[in-house]
Design a protein. Structure first.
Length: 191
């Protein structure tokens, strides 16, 4: 699998054709990263169209809408999920939708809950693959996650930007409310 072709590196598609294998096309722009849903979908769509025009079969295309940390911008979770939905609608069931799923939680403690909730939401939005930590991610657990209950609802709100700056999520984490999920803050130092 070739990773990754983007508007910045369209020539990577030529290598994918020669190699004859699957290719990841990303939503990266010609001069930078998209900052909204529309940019992600436009850039990724242009790359999918370029891959198809180069003769790459749609079943060999993995489109990455780019998943950025919600610790940087609270809208990034929604942007990624909306882009996944829109790309799935635009290109149908044969294309693959992927991405670095754990990028969403970078910089936030209690990443396990954020990652599991996001992965569940990404699957529901249309993702069918992803880069995940196979040790930290129990896919059976992810399949049973209910993002409308308990700690996962807090994670969902952080992902969707409803919980501004992840404040409620972080308060619950610091209070030890996620212990039943195996997410415990480090012991506080005693001076």
């Amino acid at each position: 699998m070739l990773n990754s072709a983007s508007l910045e590196r369209r020539s990577a598609l030529e290598l994918a054709v020669v190699a004859g294998g699957p290719v990841v096309v990303t939503a990266a722009g010609a001069t930078g990263m998209p900052q909204d849903v529309e940019g992600r979908v436009a850039n990724a769509s242009a790359m999918v169209e370029a891959a198809l025009a180069a003769g790459i079969d749609i079943a060999d295309i993995y489109v990455d809408p780019l998943i950025f940390p919600i610790s940087v911008d609270g809208a990034f979770g929604s942007h990624a999920l909306d882009a996944i939905r829109m790309l799935r609608e635009r290109f149908g069931p044969d294309i693959h939708v992927t991405g670095g799923m754990s990028n969403v939680s970078f910089g936030i403690p209690g990443r396990k809950l954020i990652n599991e909730a996001f992965l569940r939401m990404a699957i529901d939005a249309g993702a069918d693959s992803g880069i995940v930590d196979p040790v930290a991610t129990d896919l059976e657990q992810v399949r049973s996650v209910d993002v409308d209950r308990g700690a996962y609802a807090l994670a969902r709100d952080a992902i969707l930007g409803v919980d501004v700056s992840c404040r409620a999520f972080l308060r619950a984490y610091r209070a030890g409310e996620f212990a039943q999920y195996g997410v415990v803050p480090p012991a506080r130092r005693v001076a």
